[in-house]
Design a protein around this ligand. Structure first.
Ligand code: MSP
Length: 507
């Protein structure tokens, strides 16, 4: 089964920061999870390179916009590599394949009678790349707090106002279209309050894709950008990837761009006669020690620095564990250290270290030879039964994007397993009942095998290290293998090395 997931495409003018890489990280974790479930995943990310904002920045720097975006787009490619993001494609809106798709899409809207030429007189925010009516302004600024400028120029319009009823009908028939529900309700009320036709070209902006047949106009950057989701599938060719992958399963976005994805994009698609994405998932924002992250406050968190300091998987784990999905998340150094030390280091790291060291020292460096007794063990040890149902326990939470709860459940299970280690005390059995000690150690490492596989989407490198230490066969590390049939064989293990060292640092 094919699964298509996308991130927003990032404006290249700002360097990647914790907030922007978060959207890609969430998609990465979903993509990895689905792959481990056996689905064929297409995962798209990329950069949004046109529009007034980029044009202005390039001018300020005195360089040609194409050169400017060429230099900056690489930062995102590099950041995603460093984050171990497993995208299959990276689209740039300055690529030919994209321009071709946008031109075609525009022509279809025009041929279908949804575009007309008129004059725009209203407000525009360069930061938001968004048009605002007088009534929407708050204290002379955009509702987002961005500066606005008055624009009066010839413009092509899209007949958005005509789509109000169709959109509302669609929302009603697809009650899960936007997640979370609260944000969906905001969108529904916005549409109910009435839609104005949308200006979809600028004559005052030069950096972008020209409107077909009228080179004085540059296509509005949001119309240009949204089309990336299908241009990457080869649109206007609708036979190849497009046929297999469209409509997308999930467009993952941050809450600030919900309107563009849940109102404009569906209206454009309906007008072009194309199917609508299955779901728009809108996450909250990261704050830094309680404050909004912004360049002007100087509190931007650079993911590179964090990764260099603490290691990639600690950063990945923290971001997924700390944010309650849909709400805003607060990045604090203290909570970072606490999460890592009390969960990864204390719960999983110690467990691994204790059990593997005992096997290494007391069982001839081999996993005990107990696979033949697997039915007996699964029937008699609750921790094994629980391990075997871990995947089905977390699956509904995962599918509901409650990643923090998924990790919480996994940690509760790790607590359970640690309690089992403490109460069965294999170090005492060593003298009194060595066979029982082997049995206990086998049960523990078999449970750790489940943990390694289940944690893979979140912390891929560390999970592989866990499975490597157990010498779990490489081909048996996906969710199909979360059963007793694939229990660990008797084989040599390597001298255990610490996978989750504690962070020793003053806060
Ligand atoms: N170019 C548009 C998207 C076009 S998609 C067809 C854009 N780009 S952006 O670079 O400004 O933002 C990209 C994503 O980063 C958005 O989903 C946005 O919500 C997210 N974030 C930016 N700052 C953020 C935080 N502080 N926290 C979490 N996500 C944040 O919008």
């Amino acid at each position: 089964m094919a699964f298509y997931i996308t991130t927003p495409i990032y404006y290249v003018n700002a360097a990647p920061h914790i907030g922007t890489v978060y959207t890609s990280l969430v998609c990465d974790i979903i993509a990895r999870f689905k792959r481990l479930e056996g689905q064929k995943v297409r995962f798209l990310t990329g950069t949004d390179e046109h529009g007034a904002k980029i044009e202005k920045r390039a001018q300020e720097k005195g360089i040609n916009p194409q050169e400017f975006v060429d230099q900056l787009s690489v930062h995102f490619v590099d950041a995603f590599k460093k984050m171990n993001i497993s995208n299959n494609d990276f689209i740039r809106t300055t690529e030919e394949r994209h321009k071709k798709a946008v031109h075609h899409f525009w022509k279809v809207l025009q041929d279908n009678g949804h575009i007309y030429l008129d004059k725009y007189a209203g407000w525009y925010s360069i930061r938001d790349e968004s048009f605002y009516t007088e009534a929407e302004l708050v204290g002379g600024k955009a509702p987002t707090g961005a500066e606005v400028e008055w624009v009066e120029e010839e413009s092509y319009f899209f007949d958005l106002s005509k789509w109000q009823d169709k959109l509302l009908e669609f929302y009603q028939n697809n009650p899960d279209f936007v997640q979370p529900k609260s944000r969906f309700n905001e969108i529904v009320s916005f549409v109910k309050s009435g839609l104005h036709d949308l200006s979809i070209s600028r004559t005052g902006v030069k950096w972008g894709i020209n409107a077909p047949g009228n080179a004085n106009h540059v296509i509005y950057v949001w119309l240009d950008a949204l089309v990336n989701y299908i241009s990457a599938l080869g649109y206007p060719n609708v036979d190849g990837d497009y046929k297999n992958l469209w409509p997308a399963d999930v467009h993952m976005i941050g809450k600030d761009i919900t309107k563009f994805h849940a109102i404009y994009w569906p209206a454009f698609l309906m007008a072009a006669g194309l199917p609508l994405p299955k779901q728009i998932v809108s996450h909250g924002w990261w704050l830094n020690e309680g404050e909004k992250i912004s360049k002007s406050l100087g509190n931007v968190i650079d993911p590179n620095e964090l990764i260099n300091q603490y290691g990639l998987d600690y950063v990945r784990y923290y971001l997924m564990r700390e944010m309650s999905f849909g709400n805003d998340g607060n990045f604090t150094k203290e909570s970072f250290m606490n999460r890592i030390n009390s969960e990864l280091a204390n719960k999983i790291g110690n467990l691994l270290q204790r059990s593997l060291s005992m096997i290494f020292k007391n069982c001839d460096e081999r996993i005990p030879n107990l696979k033949n007794n697997i039915d007996y063990l699964y029937n008699n040890y609750d921790v094994l039964k629980q391990a075997a149902s871990l995947y089905s326990d977390i699956k509904p939470l995962f599918d509901d994007y409650q990643f923090n709860k998924v990790l919480e459940k996994i940690m509760l299970y790790a607590d359970e397993l640690n309690r089992f280690v403490d109460t069965s005390a294999p170090w005492l059995l060593k003298k009194t009942d060595p066979e029982k000690m082997k049995e206990t150690l086998y049960v523990i490492v078999e449970c750790v095998r489940y943990l390694g596989i289940i944690l893979s989407p979140f912390i891929p490198e560390s999970a592989q290290k866990i499975l490597f230490q157990l010498k779990a066969p490489i081909k048996e590390r996906d969710f199909v293998h979360l059963t007793k049939e694939f229990a660990l064989d008797c084989h040599h293990i390597l001298k255990p090395e610490s996978v989750f060292p504690r962070i020793e640092e003053d806060v």
